[in-house]
Design a protein around this ligand. Structure first.
Ligand SMILES: Cc1ncc(COP(=O)(O)O)c(C=O)c1O
Length: 397
């Protein structure tokens, strides 16, 4: 099928949740993807921070194929070998002692909300309230949507989950004022992705940790977008050496095979008992085999360090462009999540870049967001930077 044919069927048969799109992508390899009309693109969005190892990484593909020929699904009524191997590998690399697997970021955050509420109930001191940040993004299911501090995503879905309060991000005084005896959990992205690639000030996350500990409140980090090497460390909270009690992951974990995860300390894990929470597909053999292969590559010596170096190079190049363009208000980010804030909507720029064969995306109306695969090299960055410069010129920005 060509692009027009795919678009026509899509318009006819799919709910219009994604609107009109320009491309139908049908093939990928490494940093490159091809559309249904065989035009090639350099993918600097990675399926929204998912294909961190690039498209169709041979080792992940091999693991998927091997597992597909062995056992695709069996349910959590039975032990699952790749699932336990994945949990053990994740625990070797972070604070979390115990894991729960699901299929997406929103489900991982649902699990976090349920775990926090049940944890305090089981302890005999129910504290149902949750504090999240303005401009946060935690997912689209009703609990995670309620936790998302962006009213534009809430429209038409009232009543939302009660007991959720929002505070300005990066404002420790506001958080301190909001915590009370009903607060059971603070849920934050260590860097806000969807909300505009917002990196908090140094010391903010440590101060949040201190406040949570002093007030007996659980701290959860949503690393669905910024975890797994995206920021130049395996987990974004490592930059500040601040340990949460709960972490949520998804996106890059299976390099494209849907999987989400919640990790927590042994103490917090006491909140769930058999039957308290479950997921039919969660952590099934296929998704965990893919995630295990992905994690083995991500954690190989030097892999993430190389991505961090490419990210620093990219950030410098973007800063140099910003110095020559008054339309750019700020360049920010860490590792390979980078945002360029303009003084106007970036949709025309994203369209121009697409025409030039570069895929990237927005993070809010005025912010251009780059989420290249972690295998991106300096030559690929140079190519994107050159395209960006000529698109800015073309648009007169
Ligand atoms: C920080 C964060 N949390 C949660 C989600 C939701 O993940 P999913 O779309 O897999 O449900 C996203 C998605 O963009 C995200 O960026």
């Amino acid at each position: 099928m060509n692009t027009e044919e795919i678009k026509k069927l899509s318009d006819h048969y799919l709910l219009n949740t994604y609107g009109t799109r320009k491309l139908a992508l049908v093939r990928g390899e490494g940093m490159r993807v091809w559309d249904a009309d065989d035009k090639e693109y350099l993918d600097f969005f990675s399926g929204i921070a998912v294909c961190n190892l690039g498209h169709c990484h041979p080792k992940v593909t091999e693991a998927i194929c091997r597992q597909a020929q062995t056992l695709v699904h069996i349910s959590n009524l039975y032990y699952i070998e790749p699932q336990v191997k994945l949990a053990a590998l994740l625990s070797r690399h972070c604070f979390a002692d115990k894991w729960f697997f699901c299929n997406s970021g929103t489900e991982a955050n649902e699990a976090a909300i349920k775990l926090a509420r049940r944890y305090w109930t089981v302890k005999g001191t129910p504290k149902p309230d949750i504090i999240t940040a303005e401009q946060s993004f935690h997912g689209r299911t009703l609990g995670a949507l309620s936790a998302t501090g962006q009213p534009k995503y809430h429209y038409g879905f009232d009543p939302l989950l009660p007991g959720i309060h929002y505070v300005p991000y990066n404002d420790i005084a506001a958080l301190e004022a909001a915590i009370n005896e009903k607060t059971g959990m603070v849920l934050l992205e260590p860097i806000q992705g969807e909300g505009g690639v917002r990196v908090p000030d140094p010391g903010y996350l440590a101060a949040v940790r201190r406040l949570c500990s002093e007030n007996n409140v659980l701290l959860a980090f949503d690393e669905v977008q910024v975890g797994l090497g995206r920021t130049g460390k395996l987990f974004a909270h490592e930059h500040e050496q601040v340990m949460p009690d709960i972490i949520t992951l998804a996106k890059g974990l299976g390099n494209g095979v849907p999987i989400g995860a919640l990790g927590c300390t042994d103490a917090v894990a006491e909140g769930f008992a058999p039957g308290a929470h479950a997921c039919t597909f969660g952590g099934n053999p296929l998704s965990t085999a893919a995630a295990l292969a992905t994690m083995e590559i991500l954690t190989a010596p030097g892999f993430i360090e190389a991505a961090a170096e490419t990210g620093a190079y990219f950030l410098n190049m973007l800063a140099a462009i910003a110095a020559d363009h008054d339309t750019i208000l700020q360049v920010r980010g860490r590792g390979l999540i980078l945002g360029v804030e303009f003084n106007q909507p970036v949709a025309p720029l994203i369209g121009a870049l697409l025409d030039a064969g570069i895929i990237c995306g927005p993070a809010g109306p005025n912010i251009l967001r780059f989420l290249p695969p972690l295998i991106a090299d300096k030559a690929a960055v140079d190519c994107v930077v050159a395209a960006l410069e000529s698109c800015l010129e073309e648009l007169g920005w």
